[in-house]
Design a protein around this ligand. Structure first.
Ligand code: GAP
Length: 453
C-alpha cells in the first residue's frame, strides 16, 4: 500500500474508534490532553479480552508463573537504584527561532548543518537530557524529601517484591512473576493515536532463571510471544522480529528482541523481549541492603537470579488488533444490491461483543420474548448484545462494523409456525463468511463457547 492509502486507512480507523465507542480523546470537552486516551464501551471490552487472555496463558495455564499487582507509586529509592532517575531520559534540543522543543533524533541534518524540522531554523541548543518520568509529591509537603515518580514500567515492583513472592509461592527456578498495570512516561512527542501515549498499560513478565539458561530462555520467550500474537488474530506476516544491536541495547542486557508490527503508519515496536541478566536484582540488593538471593537446595548455593523479560504494551496491542481487523468487502444490501461492507475481523476470542441477538420483528411479543430468553441463556458466558431496531440486514451491518463474530436471529420458524422440526432453532450467522446455519437453541451456548474461548 502507498503512504497516502495508509494515512487514509489510519484516519478511517481513528474515526471508527470514536464513532463506535472504542477510543476517545481524554478530557475531550476541554480540548483534550495530549498523549492520554479513554476507552469507551467497546474499547474497554477489547482491552479486557486482551489482558484476560494474556493472564490466562501467562499465569493460569502455567505452573511456573505467578501474578502480582503492585502500586504505581513507590519509594523514590526504587527509581534511584534502577537507574531511572539518572538515565531514563531522551536528549532534547530547543530551537531558538520557533521555540520548539525537539527530540535530538528529530533534528534534520542538511549538508552537515542541523536544522529545526518545524521552521528550518539553524539556531539550536546542544542536546540536553529530559527525564521522562512524571514527578510527584507524596504527602502534604512539596519538597525534595517527598518526591517520587509515577512508575514508567511495572517491572520494578516485581523486582523489589522478588523475595516476598519467592517465599510465599515456594517456586523453584526457573519461574516468573507477571503483572499487568499502568505505566506513565512524559513522552516528548506522543503520536500515532494511542501508539505513543503518556499514560498506558503494560503486560510484563519477569522470568527468573540461572545465568546459564538466560540466552536459551530469551529465544523460548520470543517464540511464546509470537504464538500469543497469532492466537489473538494477528497475522504472522505482519509481525517482525528485530534483533536489537549491541549499540542500541541497554548496557546490562545480553540480548534483546523487539517484536514489531506493520501499523498503517509504519513498522513499529509492539513488545520487547529482553535478557536483563542479574542487573535489576543486584541494583536493588545493593541499594536496599536486603538479600535478593535464591537458595538452591540441590547445590546448596546462594546466588542472585538472572531474568528474561517479555514486556508488551496493552494499548499498542489493542491498536494492532484494530488495525489488523479493519477491512472492507462487498455484500448485498436488503434489496440484493452489492454495497461496501465495513467489517472488523477480530478473532472471536478478542471481539468486544461475541454475539448479537435479534428478534426478526420488534412488534411481535413471542419473537421478542424468545430472543430475550436467549440473551439470558448466553449472558453468563459471554458479552452479548440485543438489538431489535431496524431491518435485520442493517442490524447485521452494525455488528459487522464493531467486529461481533456471531449473530442469532429468532424468526417464525423458531416459534414452530412453519415447520415443527424447526421449533426452538435459530439462524446463526457468521460475520466473515456471512454464512447462516440453523442451530438448536439448546446447542447455542456450547457451540459459541468453543469458538470464542
Ligand atoms: N520493562 C521494560 C520496558 O518497559 P519498554 O520497551 O520501554 O520496556 C515495553 O516498554 C512496552 O511498553 C513497549 O514495547 C510498548 O509496547 C509499551 N510502551 C512503552 N512506551 C509506551 C508509550 N509511550 N505508549 C504506549 N506504549 C508504550
Amino acid at each position: 500500500m502507498d503512504l497516502k492509502a495508509d494515512t487514509q486507512r489510519m484516519e478511517k480507523i481513528v474515526s471508527l474508534c470514536k464513532r463506535r465507542g472504542f477510543i476517545f480523546q481524554s478530557s475531550e470537552i476541554y480540548g483534550g490532553l495530549n498523549g492520554c486516551w479513554d476507552y469507551g464501551p467497546l474499547g474497554v471490552e477489547l482491552k479486557r479480552n486482551l489482558k484476560n487472555y494474556w493472564w490466562r496463558v501467562t499465569v493460569h495455564e502455567r505452573d511456573d508463573v505467578v501474578g502480582m499487582d503492585g502500586s504505581i507509586l513507590m519509594n523514590r529509592a526504587v527509581w534511584k537504584a534502577s537507574g531511572h532517575e539518572d538515565t531514563f531520559s531522551d536528549p532534547m534540543v530547543d530551537c531558538r527561532s520557533c521555540k520548539a522543543r525537539l527530540r535530538a533524533d528529530q533534528v534534520i541534518e542538511r549538508k552537515d548543518v542541523q536544522q529545526c524540522p518545524n521552521c528550518g531554523g539553524k539556531d539550536l541548543t546542544e542536546p540536553r537530557p529530559f527525564n521522562l518520568m512524571f514527578k510527584t509529591y507524596v504527602g502534604a509537603t512539596e519538597d525534595e524529601s517527598s518526591v517520587t515518580y509515577l512508575r514508567p514500567e511495572t517491572a520494578q515492583s516485581i523486582f523489589v517484591q522478588f523475595k516476598n513472592i519467592l517465599e510465599v509461592s515456594r517456586k523453584k527456578l526457573p519461574f516468573g512473576i507477571a503483572q499487568i498495570g499502568k505505566a506513565f512516561r512524559n513522552e516528548i512527542n506522543p503520536r500515532n493515536f494511542t501508539f505513543r501515549s503518556r499514560e498506558f498499560e503494560q503486560m510484563e513478565l519477569e522470568y527468573f532463571c540461572r545465568a546459564e539458561e538466560g540466552m536459551k530462555l530469551l529465544d523460548y520467550w520470543l517464540e511464546e510471544r509470537l504464538k500469543f500474537y497469532e492466537n489473538i488474530g494477528i497475522s504472522r506476516d505482519r509481525l517482525h522480529v528485530k534483533t536489537v544491536s549491541d549499540e542500541e541495547r541497554a548496557f546490562y542486557s545480553k540480548g534483546t528482541y523487539d517484536v514489531e508490527y506493520d501499523f498503517p503508519f509504519g513498522r513499529q515496536e509492539l513488545e520487547g523481549v529482553a535478557y536483563r541478566t542479574d542487573y535489576d536484582l543486584l541494583q536493588h540488593q545493593k541499594a536496599s541492603g536486603k538479600s535478593l538471593e535464591y537458595f538452591d537446595e540441590e547445590t546448596k548455593q546462594r546466588f542472585v537470579p538472572h531474568v528474561v523479560e517479555p514486556s508488551a504494551g496493552v494499548d499498542r496491542t489493542v491498536l494492532a488488533l484494530i488495525c489488523e481487523a479493519y477491512s472492507t468487502d462487498e455484500a448485498p444490501d436488503e434489496k440484493g444490491k452489492m454495497e461496501t461492507r465495513l467489517v472488523l475481523r477480530f478473532h472471536p476470542r478478542m471481539a468486544p461483543i461475541k454475539c448479537g441477538i435479534f428478534p426478526l420483528l420488534k412488534n411481535n411479543d413471542q419473537l421478542v420474548a424468545k430472543a430475550q430468553e436467549i440473551v439470558g441463556l448466553l449472558r453468563a458466558d459471554m458479552n452479548v448484545f440485543y438489538d431489535e431496531s431496524g431491518a435485520i440486514g442493517r442490524r447485521y451491518r452494525r455488528q459487522d462494523e464493531i467486529g461481533t463474530p456471531f449473530g442469532v436471529t429468532v424468526d417464525f420458524e423458531t416459534l414452530g409456525e412453519k415447520n415443527d422440526a424447526l421449533t426452538d432453532t435459530v439462524t446463526l450467522r457468521e460475520r466473515d463468511s456471512m454464512k447462516q446455519e440453523r442451530v438448536k437453541i439448546n446447542d447455542l451456548a456450547d457451540m459459541l463457547i468453543s469458538r470464542i474461548s
